[in-house]
Design a protein around this ligand. Structure first.
Ligand SMILES: NC(=O)c1ccc[n+]([C@@H]2O[C@H](COP(=O)([O-])OP(=O)(O)OC[C@H]3O[C@@H](n4cnc5c(N)ncnc54)[C@H](OP(=O)(O)O)[C@@H]3O)[C@@H](O)[C@H]2O)c1
Length: 347
């Protein structure tokens, strides 16, 4: 069993390479072992490209060894024809006798059918090796399919005395609360999620780019709330660098090449309605970066999965108060003179 866990850990390590690039597909890594030696490995890189099992099988030099090998994969192999043929079929074709799986794929197209196909073909299937870790790595994918909404990460930075922004000054110069290392980490976080969402005041006060320029990887799709459609056209969120979705109650909007407006009434159902809209757009995860009014809507609706809160050692005395958020942290990380508190919503 220990041996199974070691190879499954390697699958998870490989799977993680795809974080931010596989949407709407899950993160999957695969390892092929022959007589205690890894002879092949691979991971899924991008939707439409080969799955992890295909890359792992293709990497094996002597294909004859496959008939005496064990294939490890963190997620149940698929059994349906999507953009690529089913991985379960490929394992059977190559006569791989043993398959070790981290967790079952609850996605309705797969949901146990891959395992059934393998077992019917005579493969010895071992299930749920490091299941907790395998579910965790695909928390975005599972939340999206099971809850029919994106995985939601709340993020903000606050001063030691609980403000997320100082009082606006006349020049509207933005003042940063967190240090440069925390800000760079936030850009890394942005490459991992499919979209980033902020409220109207944040756009008007800070004119943010909402991109990941201080890290390597994909920029998220920008999502902006603008009830009265008052954000000027020359603001960064409306530039052509990345696509932007704008939720508004104003009917006289004009879509442009990169700005897509979505009509929505800003009532009590607003948050669940925009999440439904984003689900239909196949957006699997969002990082919500403020301000307080926006964050509070998600907190009060209990529509969040994780929160990442950066706390500086400085005081602000007055300004925009942090959202009301009374939960226990499950991890605190020190980033020079900042603290990062991470929260998980187990509901
Ligand atoms: N430290 C940080 O991490 C951080 C992060 C982001 C922002 N900030 C700061 O936060 C400040 C802005 O925060 P804020 O709390 O005043 O505003 P905000 O959340 O950015 O925007 C709120 C505005 O959005 C519109 N809105 C209407 N219905 C809404 C709904 N259901 N959900 C969300 N928004 C809705 C409203 O504008 P209408 O009046 O047009 O309806 C509302 O006033 C800025 O100064 C910014 O610098 C700090």
């Amino acid at each position: 069993m220990i041996e199974h866990e070691i190879y499954m850990k390697r699958c998870l390590q490989l799977a993680k390479n795809g974080l931010g690039t596989t949407y709407p597909n899950p993160l999957v890594g695969s390892v092929i072992v022959h007589n205690g030696k890894i002879i092949g490995e691979g991971w899924h890189k991008k939707a439409g490209e080969p799955h992890a099992e295909v890359n792992a099988i293709n990497s094996v030099k002597n294909k004859e060894l496959l008939a005496e090998s064990t294939i490890y994969v963190n997620l149940e192999p698929c059994s349906h024809f999507g953009k690529t043929p089913p991985c379960a079929n490929l394992i059977i074709e190559h006569k791989i006798p043993k398959v070790v799986i981290g967790c079952i794929d609850s996605y309705s197209e797969v949901a146990g059918k891959g395992i059934e196909k393998l077992t019917n073909a005579g493969c010895k299937v071992t299930l749920n090796v490091l299941e907790k870790e395998c579910l965790e790595i695909n928390k975005r994918f599972f939340t999206f399919h099971n809850k029919k909404r994106p995985y939601i990460i709340l993020k903000w930075a606050e001063t030691a005395d609980g403000f997320i922004a100082p009082l606006q000054n006349e020049t509207k110069t933005s003042i940063t609360i967190s240090n440069q290392y925390s800000r760079q980490l936030v850009h890394k976080y942005r490459t991992e999620e499919q979209a980033i969402l902020v409220g109207t005041n944040t756009v008007l006060n800070d004119n943010p780019n909402l991109d990941a320029r201080d890290w390597f990887g994909q920029h998220p799709t920008r999502i902006v709330l603008d009830r009265t459609n008052k954000i000027p056209v020359d603001f960064h969120v409306k530039n052509k660098k990345n696509p932007t979705i704008i939720f508004t109650e104003e009917e006289n909007y004009v879509n442009s090449e990169n700005c897509i407006y979505e009509f929505s009434i800003f009532d009590t159902l607003f948050i669940s309605n925009i999440l439904k809209n984003l689900y239909e757009k196949n957006i699997q995860s969002i990082i919500i970066e403020g301000g307080s009014i926006t964050l509070q809507q998600f907190i009060d609706s209990n529509l969040w999965d994780e929160a990442r809160v950066f706390i500086s050692e400085n005081n602000s005395i007055e300004g925009v108060k942090k959202p009301v958020f009374n939960f226990d942290t499950n991890q605190t990380v020190k980033i020079k003179n900042n603290q990062l508190k991470i929260y998980t919503n187990y509901d």
